[in-house]
Every structure is written in structure tokens, then in C-alpha cells.
Write a protein that binds this ligand. Structure first.
Ligand code: GH3
Ligand code: MG
Ligand code: MG
Ligand code: MG
Length: 323
């Protein structure tokens, strides 16, 4: 399910981004005619930092590495094809969002039209007017910064929407939206999938004895230890207050059992430090473990089975793994 902008609380751009003058940008000027680039660079240097690169292949490399706000590309190069650079810059992930301002002689206007089709953002015809060049460069740089700012906002908001704020693990919503996909992948690839529910034992009494903040410290430290015991492809989430779920692709019951046991020991074996107070707290967890049993099994059933196993782990005395 897609996350809507309303849900992720997208914010209006900050005033500073809107009021940006577009000055102080980093511009890469691609031009191999000294008479041309010397003049352009002199004009632009009044407001920006300019690098000049005559070779489009080199330019593409610099553009991908150099964090430029704007590419200015001459389409009447002596020795190269500037259009090709424009189209390559548009298709590369690293340069896709860098605006391009093309420059051409009027007799090359068909190349300019091609450029616009390829994704050039704006153009200027020679002879270049100083004021116009500066104005168009500023406009592109301003827009570039503004869209970067929006993109960062969206990324942060998505991050927040799928992350548990206390522990930094994924949240329940994210896990639920991905579990079905992981189960489907496991089924089509004929691979096992393990899932465990972990619940901290007598967590209420940790809160009661040491305070809610100490309880929060324990949850954070618990998440740190969980992260240490799982692989990159495993999915760990905070499922509820002091309940966590770990989904392990390509893992059978035997291996998952060893992971669960190792994790249980890593919790019980090392008392937890809390912020306030020198005392370290003994913590144990109970784990209910299961695997995807057949193709197309509903993930709710898998979760239910893990929960039943967890219930038995609690009932049998806690600080144990049951599958
Ligand atoms: P059991 O061994 O049966 O799991 O006992 P328990 O005390 O862990 O279980 P119970 O479900 O009774 O208590 C869970 C407690 O977790 C109750 C709730 O106040 C606390 N809790 C839930 N979320 C948070 C949180 O974010 N921070 C803190 N400090 N406590 C939380
Ligand atoms: Mg409980
Ligand atoms: Mg508990
Ligand atoms: Mg619980």
C-alpha cells in the first residue's frame, strides 16, 4: 500500500528555501571553445563557482561525483557531441536531477529542440546576454535546491512513517506491509521463511521498579542487541509495547532456532545498563518461533502460530524459545 503525503505529514517548504536567491551555486560549464567559455565563466563567476570541462565524457564523470547545482552545456562544441552528454546525464541516477542549461548558435537551433526533448531544462542562443545568462542560471539553481529540499522532506517523512521512534527498528505497519511480500517471495522461490515474536518477561515490573524511563532504556538497548544478532535481509520490528517480531527469509526452523537461542542468551547473559542509576537490570525474553508452512499460507496464520508458541514459552516459565 502506498503511503500518502497526508499520512506522512508532508510539510510546506521552509521560508528559507522559497526565498533562495539562486546565487552561490556550483556550475559545471561544458565547452571546448576558449573564446566562448572564457567569457561565460567570467560572467557566471560573479555569482557562482564555475568549473570548465571541455570533454563531455569527463564532464559526465565530474557531474556524477561533483555535486553540481547546474550543468551548462554548449551544443556547438568543436570536437564533441554536447547532446549526447545531455541525454546521458538524464539517464544516470547520479545526475538525473541536475538541471541542464543548453547554449547554441542560432543555426544549431534544431539541436536545441532535440535537447529540449531529451530533458534539457532551459536554453540560451548566442550571442549570450550577460543579464539573461545570470537570470536563467539562478532560476535553475533555485529550482534545483527547492526540489532537493522537497525530496529530502519526502524521504524523511517516509523514514518516519516506517520507523519506530523509540528503538529505530521498523514499526508494525511496515512489517505488516512487507510480511506478505516476503512470504510470497519465499513461496515462489521455494525457500523457507522463519518468523519469531519476542516478548520481554515481566516488563511491567521493570517499569514499576525502576521507572518508565528505565523501561525505555531497556527497550532501546534490547533493539541494539536484536540488530547485532540478525542479518541485513532480516526484518526486525517493534510490534507493540515490549513485543518485537523478526522475520528471517531463507531460514529454516533449525537455523532460526539457533538464532533465537543466541538472542535469548545475549539478553539474559548481560544485565542492561540504564541511564539513571548505576544498577544494571536483569532482563529475559520469551520467544515464539515458527516458519511458513505452505505456499499461500495467510501471514496472519503464521503470526498466530508464533503467538501461540510465545504463549507457551511464557506458560512454561519464560526466558525460553518455543517453536
Ligand atoms: P509477561 O512476562 O507476561 O510478558 O509480563 P509483562 O509485564 O512483560 O507483560 P504486560 O503485557 O503485562 O506488560 C507490558 C508492559 O509494557 C505494560 C506497559 O506499561 C509497558 N510498556 C508498553 N510500551 C512501553 C514503552 O514504550 N515504554 C515503557 N517504559 N513501557 C512500555
Ligand atoms: Mg504480556
Ligand atoms: Mg512482556
Ligand atoms: Mg507483551
Amino acid at each position: 500500500r502506498a503511503i500518502t503525503s497526508l499520512e506522512i505529514g508532508m510539510q510546506a517548504p521552509e521560508r528559507s528555501a522559497v526565498a533562495d536567491t539562486g546565487k552561490g551555486g556550483r556550475i559545471l560549464l561544458v565547452d571546448d571553445r576558449p573564446s566562448s567559455y572564457e567569457r561565460l565563466a567570467t560572467i557566471l563567476a560573479a555569482e557562482h563557482t564555475i568549473d570548465v570541462e571541455p570533454n563531455p565524457t569527463e564532464a559526465l564523470f565530474h557531474a556524477a561525483e561533483g555535486n553540481y547545482d547546474l550543468l551548462i552545456v554548449s551544443l556547438d562544441l568543436n570536437n564533441f557531441d554536447g547532446l549526447r552528454l545531455c541525454s546521458q546525464a538524464r539517464s544516470l541516477e547520479r545526475t538525473r536531477h541536475v538541471p541542464i542549461l543548453a547554449i547554441a548558435d542560432p543555426e544549431n537551433s534544431t539541436r536545441l529542440l532535440r535537447g529540449l526533448e531529451i530533458g534539457v531544462n532551459d536554453y540560451l542562443l548566442r550571442p549570450i546576454d550577460k543579464i539573461e545568462l545570470l537570470a536563467r542560471a539562478r532560476t535553475q539553481i533555485r529550482r534545483r535546491r527547492y526540489t532537493d529540499h522537497l525530496r529530502d522532506n519526502v524521504q524523511n517523512s517516509i523514514e518516519m512513517a516506517i520507523t519506530d521512534a523509540l528503538t529505530g527498528l521498523h514499526n508494525r505497519r511496515y512489517m505488516e506491509s512487507h510480511l506478505a511480500t516476503l512470504a510470497e517471495q519465499a513461496a515462489t522461490r521455494g525457500k523457507p521463511l522463519a518468523l519469531m515474536i519476542l516478548d520481554i518477561d515481566f516488563f511491567k515490573s521493570i517499569n514499576d521498579n525502576y521507572g518508565h524511563d528505565a523501561g525505555d532504556d531497556v527497550l532501546r538497548e534490547f533493539a541494539v542487541r536484536v540488530r547485532k544478532s540478525i542479518r541485513g535481509i532480516d526484518l526486525a520490528c517493534r510490534y507493540g509495547g515490549e513485543e518485537f517480531v523478526i522475520v528471517m527469509p531463507e531460514t529454516d526452523l533449525h537455523v532460526a532456532g539457533m538464532v533465537a537461542e543466541r538472542l535469548r542468551r545475549s539478553i539474559a547473559g548481560e544485565p542492561f545498563a540504564i541511564h539513571k542509576g548505576a544498577k544494571r537490570i536483569e532482563v529475559t525474553i520469551s520467544i515464539g518461533l515458527t516458519t511458513l508452512e505452505q505456499k499461500g499460507e495467510a501471514v496472519a496464520d503464521v503470526l498466530k502460530r508464533a503467538d501461540t508458541a510465545l504463549y507457551r514459552a511464557k506458560h512454561d516459565g519464560r526466558n525460553r524459545v518455543v517453536s
